[in-house]
Design a protein around this ligand. Structure first.
Ligand SMILES: *Cc1c(COP(=O)(O)O)cnc(C)c1O
Length: 444
């Protein structure tokens, strides 16, 4: 035993651009993006311990989630605090609901803002609060949203001491419920309505992080899915789904409605760690950069176009470099593990209507894209079964869904409560200089 060395080292993260020093979970969370503008990626993908799946259906979700995330956090957060953070993060239901003989829906919309992004945002806000609790300088979380990120991030950070949040969203391109979830907070949450599209918002945020004059004065961090503390906890619910998966001998095909590809990338990471998965499907709307890449082998970013599933209106998915990293840049192995297809708005409407009429299950537009992609896939793989990720409650898109099913849908309490509240937002043109001015004015 004399030579045994006990290492208390933490997981290190490198930048996908390879030009930044390694960081631990704390530093990666605080920075968001690496200094060379790459994305942080774990040096090793941990393997799940032996016995992890024994009696899996009976293990507590808290225990599973803690075991999944612990190696990524290392010793940057004490275990008992991390257990509390995990417990808080997942304090709602994640039911796997059967739709028909072949297809189920993993409903990820039972959190406070009715979106799957609640999981990442709640985990990240609590980690960041832990890391900055002794800081004298305020932290400003700067985030661009195509719809649901903003509400989830605002909800996660509202009232968190020492943290200000600034959210950019594209004018007229988020649903009315989403806009309420962005703009009715006040307090430490500021919303900026940008006269442009989501890519404009994302570009302005990226420019702010690259602006040294600004970052010398403001302690800026991101809460987009590029942040490891938002990205990594998204693995949790793939495990919760597997707990509920009835046929453990035939792992599921998993269809993920994809925009920036953070969600599906977390699932693929879980798969590398040992989660049984038959196949991943990246379901996209008309923004088909990734389906086109998998078909042609050449990656060509496009300008985003507006669709019914607006949270997926992304022309250059920011997490795609992480997916390439998982497959060590091997196109052929990626192409085997990942199927991707593009679903049009009219197919989306058709799917919402058909599924509702047949089995009275109501899909939101994002879930409908994933349902359609999965259904198409299963037509050629009749012996397989799968589930889609229901990433948002259909009521968040009632303006789309109601006319399709020709029936009113009732608003759940959290949405009802927003209806009478005042909107707080500033409107700006899609110019970085205006964002900078706004941020510097906040400091004064
Ligand atoms: C954000 C979002 C997506 C896309 O998730 P990514 O991780 O960006 O791929 C899908 N559906 C809904 C409802 C969303 O809010």
């Amino acid at each position: 035993m004399a030579n045994q060395i006990i290492l208390h080292s933490s997981m290190k993260y490198f930048s996908t651009n390879q030009q930044s020093p390694l960081a631990d979970f704390r530093e990666a969370t605080i920075r968001g993006q690496a200094p060379d503008k790459g994305l942080y990626f774990p040096e090793q993908i941990p393997l799940l311990p032996k016995g992890f799946f024994d009696n899996f259906g009976f293990r507590s979700r808290e225990e599973i989630a803690f075991e999944v995330i612990k190696p990524y956090v290392g010793d940057t957060i004490p275990s008992n605090r991390l257990q509390e953070i995990v417990r808080d993060t997942i304090s709602f239901d994640f039911p796997l609901v059967k739709i028909n003989e072949q297809i189920a829906a993993l409903e990820l919309f039972h959190g406070p803002t009715l979106a799957f992004k609640d999981v990442g945002a709640r985990f990240m806000s609590r980690c960041l609060a832990h890391f900055v609790k002794d800081n004298t300088q305020k932290v400003t979380v700067l985030v661009a949203t195509s719809g649901d990120t903003g509400g989830a991030v605002a909800g996660g950070f509202y009232g968190v001491e020492g943290v200000d949040v600034v959210i950019l969203y594209p004018a007229g391109k988020v649903s009315s419920v989403q806009e309420l979830q962005l703009t009715t907070w006040g307090g430490n949450i500021a919303a900026l309505e940008v006269a442009g599209n989501f890519d404009d918002c994302q570009r302005m945020v990226k420019q702010a992080f690259a602006d040294e004059e600004l970052t010398n004065q403001l302690f800026l961090t991101s809460a987009n899915s590029i942040n490891v503390a938002r990205w990594l906890p998204q693995q949790f619910y793939y495990f919760f789904a597997y707990q509920q998966w009835p046929d453990k001998d035939h792992p599921p095909v998993i269809s993920v409605p994809s925009g920036n590809f953070g969600n599906i990338c977390a699932g693929m990471l879980a798969q590398v760690s040992g989660l049984p998965v038959q196949q991943f499907i990246a379901a996209c709307n008309a923004n088909d950069t990734v389906p086109a890449y998998l078909a042609s082998g050449s990656y060509t970013p496009k300008t985003a176009v507006a669709t019914l599933s607006n949270a997926m209106d992304v022309g250059d998915p920011s997490n795609f470099s992480r997916i390439l990293e998982i497959f060590q840049q091997q196109f052929s192995s990626l192409k085997k593990a990942l199927t991707s297809s593009s679903v049009s708005d009219s197919q989306t409407r058709e799917t919402i209507r058909a599924v509702y009429e047949k089995v009275h299950y109501l899909l939101d537009p994002h879930g409908a894209v994933a349902y359609r992609a999965l259904e198409d896939y299963l037509q050629h793989h009749a012996e397989q079964k799968g589930y889609l990720l229901g990433t948002a409650h259909p009521v968040k898109f009632y303006d789309v869904v109601e006319p399709v099913i020709n029936q009113p849908i009732s608003l759940p309490d959290p949405v009802q409560a927003l209806m009478g509240r005042n909107k707080h937002r500033s409107q700006i043109a899609p110019a970085y200089s205006l964002l900078k001015e706004f941020l510097l004015a906040k400091k004064r």
